[in-house]
Write a new protein. Structure first.
Length: 365
């Protein structure tokens, strides 16, 4: 005989039905699941089993997501580079906590996360890369929450960020020639740095951290083992600081063969091993923000359309492909973890190359 509160009922078809709470929606409303049997006792036994698997009040009573964000940040603080931790913290403080922090972590649904990510993409107009970074941090936080024996209601397996391929501007051969002529005219250390990036494809952070000890003129090798960036910190007096760390991945630490024409120019500016390339000093350096500003002035002086400093890296990769570089070799020079990254992001077919290939059609006429 069923009792009040058991959620066991006899159906009109003679079978017995038992209901139990299987999960909760984003508003905390319970979602029920039914099981069936031929007798009351059989249903009760099945409910007893499922009840043990079910969400007990103690397990399901989780904290607000903001609290878990703070706790997770504490656990990863000393496991990652300072720059990585700063990135995680910024994502939590600027995006996750303001939008989702007030919700009970166990009640946040997949749909709610998808709507949150769509808001970032469509309303706030964040790049797909930034939104994907937010998603990655959310996954890490929810993995941490599950590790605290809290059952969550969000399945990340089917959640993805719509990718938007933004075409990076690449200098044409005419523009590159014009910039090269400007850089080699009355060249100084800043111009040398830009020139080096244009003809080796090194990143701006790698260039700013570069010291003369990394340039082996005798062996004609450029060794990349550090990068420089400005990160946000949370101090009452200072908001940001410059850090010099190993590159973001093992593949980014690399040796780049230097062509003779580059070595000949570098020899003219050779400084002490401990000195930074751009500043010529061991105590002072040129940071990425300042170099971007200087590069912008160079482009203006050349009467060229201003581009992001990173366009030099893309221009280098494009010229290499046009010159017949083997893709695997180019990928290693750029410090990519896979050839796919090189092909998908850095290989741009210029109008000159497209025209040249179209001309080949004449041979089949």
């Amino acid at each position: 005989m069923s009792r009040r509160g058991e959620n066991i009922y006899k159906r009109k078809d003679g079978r017995w039905e038992g209901r139990f709470v299987d999960s909760y929606d984003q508003f905390g409303k319970p979602k029920y699941h039914s099981i069936y049997a031929r007798s009351y006792t059989e249903v009760k036994d099945k409910l007893g089993f499922h009840g043990k698997q079910n969400i007990s009040p103690n397990i399901y009573k989780s904290l607000k997501l903001a609290k878990y964000c703070d706790d997770w940040l504490e656990t990863v603080k000393f496991k990652h580079k300072e720059s990585t931790y700063s990135k995680y913290r910024n994502i939590c403080r600027n995006h996750i906590i303001p939008e989702l922090g007030g919700y009970d972590a166990s009640l946040i649904s997949s749909k709610q996360v998808e709507e949150f990510l769509s808001l970032k993409l469509d309303k706030e107009r964040l790049s797909s890369k930034t939104v994907n970074d937010i998603l990655c941090v959310l996954k890490l936080i929810f993995s941490y929450i599950k590790g605290q024996s809290v059952k969550t209601n969000c399945n990340f397996h089917n959640i993805c960020v719509r990718q938007e391929q933004k075409q990076m501007r690449v200098l044409s051969t005419t523009e590159q020639k014009k910039l090269t002529e400007f850089l080699t005219d009355n060249m100084d250390l800043n111009k040398l740095g830009v020139y080096l990036s244009l003809y080796t494809g090194i990143r701006i952070g790698e260039l700013c951290a570069l010291k003369w000890k990394n340039i082996k003129l005798k062996d004609r090798i450029l060794h990349i083992d550090k990068t420089m960036q400005r990160i946000q910190i949370y101090d009452e007096d200072v908001k940001t600081k410059i850090v010099i760390t190993p590159p973001k991945s093992k593949c980014s630490e690399r040796d780049i063969p230097l062509p003779k024409f580059l070595c000949d120019i570098l020899k003219k500016f050779k400084k002490a091993e401990s000195n930074f390339l751009l500043s010529g000093s061991s105590e002072h350096f040129i940071e990425p923000r300042m170099l971007r500003y200087t590069f912008g002035k160079y482009m203006k002086s050349c009467n060229l359309e201003n581009v992001n400093f990173h366009a030099l890296r893309h221009t280098f990769a494009t010229r290499c492909v046009e010159s017949g570089f083997e893709i695997k070799t180019l990928s290693e020079i750029l410090g990519h973890s896979s050839v796919k990254i090189t092909l998908d992001r850095y290989v741009h077919s210029s109008m000159e190359l497209k025209r040249k290939n179209m001309e080949k059609l004449e041979s089949i006429l």
